[in-house]
Design a protein around this ligand. Sequence first.
Ligand code: GLA
Length: 384
Amino acid sequence: MDIEFVRSRFIKHFDGTTGSVYASPGRINLIGEHTDYNGGFVFPGAVDKGMIAEIKPNGKDKVCAYSIDLKDYVEFGLNEEDAPKASWARYIFGVCREMIKRGVDVKGFNTAFAGDVPLGAGMSSSAALESTYAFALNDLFGDNKIDKFELAKVGQATEHNYCGVKCGIMDQFASVFGKEGSLIRLDCRSLEYQYFPFKPEGYRLVLVDSVVKHELASSAYNKRRQSCENVVAAIKKTHPEVEFLRDCNMEMLNAVKGEVSEEDYMRAEYVIEEIQRVLDVCDALEKGDYETVGQKMYETHHGMSKLYEVSCEELDFLNDIAFDCGVTGSRVMGGGFGGCTINLVKNELYETFITTAKERFKEKFGRSPKVYDVVISDGSRKLC
Ligand code: GLA
């Protein structure tokens, strides 16, 4: 990401002066998918790709926002009824509103932004955008009095209230809290977290992007969440203490098998198993046992494909290629319905895997997947 590039566009687009520049990253997730809104564990890390925004208060009551990548300009006011139509601008508007709800006296500003997190790749470009503005508005208008967790929640609430996605906290948390070289295990119920330095000797993490974007991803995502809540409601009848699927085991799930739909049962089975897998992976990492880490990643893929049903033909195909090439671990990453696989691969297998994946994918689908090497990086920050 290039500050000079964003700055030159900001200067050109507005009155020739400069403002302050902020950045926030996208994220990967080693394991723990669709566990965050179930009160479970996730294991993300921030990446070296993200969003950069230049911002300067303009002394007016409105925000003048320019998306450099889309070459689109939008102005909007700061009241609830001023929501812009353009979906990219709704993220910025939502963040302004959520900061105002938390007592920050947000005033009008000029802003231009650009990013290098691939859109729709499951690397949370939207969380990167939300975290950039939440961090910036806290600095420019809030005396930095909002703490980092609340900044992550501002992004999450923006998704819920202004973008129609009932997401969990993982993406915004990783974007705000990221730390170079470390993955972070977050307990999404207690919000306790722990940094795990991640430098697997002899292995590397690589993302293979199917470049598939699912049109109905947000409604399908919300539907998965609803299934989990249906199962919790059924279990609660005999176990009133249960708050999330995190609090349930297979025995409790089986006891309500006749009361919930087959589909809801499968969704809950996946989540219960996935929460356990994150803990197993943490143990394995502590022992340097990457074979187990990898095996759990394959299990996650299987669960996401067959039980949670958030994979697709292209991602299943990439997962099969990884397995055939002897890649240690591979799975669909993020919400699913398209996007990337994350692969834990031995250094000596890297070239063969990437070449084979590109060739075989192109043969079958007529286009090449994209490949991104993972560099685990810092979270939200002010650049200048
Ligand atoms: C999306 C959501 C996250 C999380 C993942 C799946 O990225 O934004 O909150 O639920 O999907 O793990």
